[in-house]
Structure formats: structure tokens, C-alpha cells
Design a protein around this ligand. Structure first.
Ligand SMILES: O=C(O)CCC(=O)C(=O)O
Length: 401
């Protein structure tokens, strides 16, 4: 439980945080005059006292006022195309979610407070100083995770025995043991894939991360997942779920649906997890920003054949994954639609649907079966098809050379 003094400290931190959100305050002034709604007008003109003068307001009133403000912001965010929405509205959404979270914490509603932080992080836009909110979410998670420790779940261990795709020119990707920086640069030069062993074994994640660990420590956090066997399928969709539900429903039990936490910058969301991965020396040689994504799913997730505008060091932390790759110089018949122009129409696992593209079988294909601790270099624009052979947790590090 939080002590009274801790609650006040937190509230003050929240207020200070809020008052530092210059963009938000400017935004209030800029926008409120344009709104017709009396409710909105009252809220915005009363917003400073709402936040800065809490003692004479009941917590429930403040939470209610946050909700009203969130509802109208949500409406504005969702009208028209996402890209045309002024970033202010998404920043406002995030700030109010955080303020609501502080109030919910003071009311002792910890799970709701975590949900509010997460909604702000997923749907809102970054603010200048939000570290305190990450810390709040971490503390709250510690508090509620004691209940999750009582739940009886255990880690899955199976690795599916899945035959290799029928490709006549299939070769194994070469493998090296922990190359020196010099050797690594030499390996990069030809621009072809390779696997490195024993370069991430010292990451705390290697010992700690498993479905059970994530369930127990971060189960209350809400995350976005993809539903459907592949993002090219008509039945594909996305939804927000609590990590504990994702793990029990999709990871630890047999579900008819495949759900995948795919290509998600989880470490900007659950920042505590960042402590468990150590930046790779190999990437320190580039000035480029590194985009770190997490991939967490059950056996049977498929990322269809596609290429990315990045170089990639793909680190397998838990479980097994299979990559099948083709050179960037091979025409793998990308889709025509601009949203899928980096994705091939060839399905390497279903030869019967590829009648229009028989030449794909003439290309040289490279296969890499990755297990815990393996790091695969996927060169820029190389085509890759990825299937999980077990429950799997991986971290990709994208950069530009
Ligand atoms: O692991 C996956 O499912 C896909 C990974 C991938 O495409 C990437 O890291 O670029």
C-alpha cells in the first residue's frame, strides 16, 4: 500500500509534471476558444484548478473530469485520418491519461491507474518529460504483481518439428562465434546474412525473460497485439490486451486465433525491461539511431516474406524461430498496393498459390534456425519470411548503415 506521504509526493510530482507540459498549456489556450461545447469550455477554463488545486475536489470528481476531457480528446483524435490530427490532441490525451492515473493511484485503484498510463502511452504522443509516469507504472506493477505470483502457470517448452519449405536452392546461413569488432566489420562487407553465437549471453534478459516472468512482473500492463495468422490475411486485426490475458489466452493455451506482439517498441513502454538488454558494441560503430522492437508470440506466428528499409541484428532471447531469406536483388514480386509494397506475393510455404511466380524456386534461399542467444544479421532490403517454431521472444535492432 502507498503511505499518505507517498501519495502526496506522487500527486505533487504529477502536478509538477503537468505544469511542465508547456505544449499542452499553450494548446489549451490555442484551442479552447474554438470549441463550442460549454462542457469543454468549462473544463478547459477550469483545467488548471482541476489539476493544481486538488484538495477541495474529491478524487472521484477529478477522475470524472479527466474522463470527460479524455472523451472529447478521443473524439477529435479519431475524426479523419490519423496523420492529419494535430499532435497537440494526442499529447493532450497522453497528459490527461497520466493525470487520471495519478488520481486513480491516490484512490487506491492501481490496476485502473496502470491501464490509464498504458492508454496514454499507446494512443497518445510523447511529452517532454514523462519519466515519472514510467516510474509510477513500474511501482504500481510491483504492487499488483504479488497477486499474479499466486497464479499457477508454467513456461512452455515445446519446439515444433516443422519441415523446411520445398525450395531447391536452400542453404544454411553461416554461423560464427562471437566475432571481434574487426571480424564483424569484415563479415558485414559482402552484405549477406550470418548468425553470431555467444554475443548476447550476458544479457540479463537471457536468464530472466520467459512468459512466466513477464506474466508475474508485467501482467497488468496493456499492450497492442496483432490477431490473425499473418498481416496479409483478410482476417487480420489489432487489439489492446493486458499482458496477463495475452499470455494465458494465446501463449500458454491452445487458441484458435494466433495473436502476436509484433514489431512493437516495448522498451519505450515498459521501460524497466530495457535494463535487461545491453546495447551491442557492434552497433556503437554507427551514428544511426537504433530502433529496438520486441516480437513475442506463440508457436506458429508468421511474418510473410517482406523486406525492411533497415539493417537488422535480430536477437533471439527465448524459444526458436526460422528465417528464410532471399537476396535484395531477387525480384520476389511485391504487392502492388503501396501499403504492402515491401511484401512479396510469394508464399514460400504454399507452393500451390504461387503459380503466377514460378521463378521464385530458381532463387537461392538462405535458412537460419535461431535458438536462444543467437543473433542474425539480416541485411538491408533482404527478403525474409519468419516463422516461430515455439513460443518465442525476440528483439530486433534496426539501424541505417
Ligand atoms: O520475427 C518476426 O516475426 C519478424 C521479424 C522481422 O521481420 C524483422 O525483425 O525485421
Amino acid at each position: 500500500m502507498f503511505k499518505e506521504s507517498q501519495k502526496n509526493e506522487m500527486l505533487n510530482a504529477g502536478l509538477e509534471f503537468y505544469s511542465h507540459c508547456k505544449a499542452i498549456q499553450d494548446g489549451f489556450c490555442k484551442y479552447y476558444c474554438r470549441r463550442e461545447s460549454k462542457m469543454f469550455h468549462d473544463l478547459l477554463t477550469g483545467t488548471t484548478p482541476l489539476i493544481l488545486d486538488p484538495p477541495d475536489k474529491e478524487i472521484d470528481d477529478r477522475i470524472f473530469e479527466c474522463d470527460v476531457l479524455l472523451d472529447s480528446t478521443w473524439e477529435t483524435i479519431n475524426i479523419g485520418h490519423w496523420r492529419n490530427v494535430d499532435i497537440f490532441w494526442r499529447q493532450l490525451y497522453r497528459a490527461v491519461c497520466f493525470i487520471k492515473s495519478v488520481n486513480l493511484t491516490c484512490a487506491g485503484k492501481y490496476s485502473d491507474a496502470i491501464l490509464s498510463c498504458d492508454m496514454g502511452l499507446i494512443m497518445g504522443a510523447p511529452l517532454s518529460d514523462e519519466l515519472f509516469v514510467q516510474e509510477l507504472a513500474d511501482i504500481l506493477c510491483e504492487l499488483v504483481s504479488t497477486d499474479l505470483k499466486e497464479v499457477s502457470v508454467s513456461d512452455p517448452e515445446e519446439k515444433a518439428d516443422i519441415p523446411l519449405p520445398l525450395l531447391p536452392n536452400l542453404h544454411n546461413v553461416p554461423c560464427v562465434n562471437a566475432p571481434t569488432l574487426e571480424k564483424y566489420l569484415e563479415l558485414l562487407r559482402p552484405g549477406t546474412p550470418f548468425i553470431m553465437k555467444n554475443v548476447v549471453n550476458h544479457w540479463p534478459a537471457m536468464k530472466k525473460w520467459s512468459p512466466l516472468y513477464l506474466f508475474r512482473h508485467f501482467g497488468e500492463r496493456t499492450i497492442p497485439v496483432e490477431i490473425g495468422s499473418s498481416y496479409t490475411s483478410d482476417l487480420w486485426s489489432q487489439k489492446l490486451v493486458k499482458l496477463k490475458e495475452f499470455i494465458t489466452t494465446y501463449i500458454l493455451s491452445q487458441s484458435d486465433e494466433v495473436a502476436y506482439l509484433a514489431q512493437y517498441e516495448l522498451f519505450n513502454h515498459i521501460t524497466k525491461l530495457k535494463d535487461d538488454i545491453i546495447p551491442l558494441d557492434y552497433l556503437a560503430i554507427s551514428d544511426s539511431e537504433v530502433v529496438t522492437n520486441c516480437w513475442f508470440g506463440p508457436v506458429g506466428t508468421v511474418s510473410p516474406l517482406h523486406h525492411d528499409h533497415y539493417e537488422n541484428l535480430f536477437c533471439q532471447v527465448y524459444g526458436y524461430k526460422r528465417f528464410v531469406m532471399f537476396s535484395r536483388h531477387d525480384n520476389m514480386h511485391p504487392h502492388q498496393h503501396h501499403l504492402l509494397e515491401n511484401t512479396s506475393q510469394v508464399d514460400i510455404e504454399s507452393p500451390s498459390v504461387n503459380d503466377d511466380f514460378p521463378d521464385y524456386k530458381d532463387k537461392t534461399a538462405w535458412v537460419a534456425d535461431l535458438g536462444p542467444g543467437d543473433v542474425l544479421y539480416v541485411p538491408l532490403h533482404w527478403w525474409h519470411h519468419v516463422r516461430s517454431l515455439s513460443v518465442s521472444l525476440s528483439v530486433s535492432m534496426w539501424w541505417k548503415n
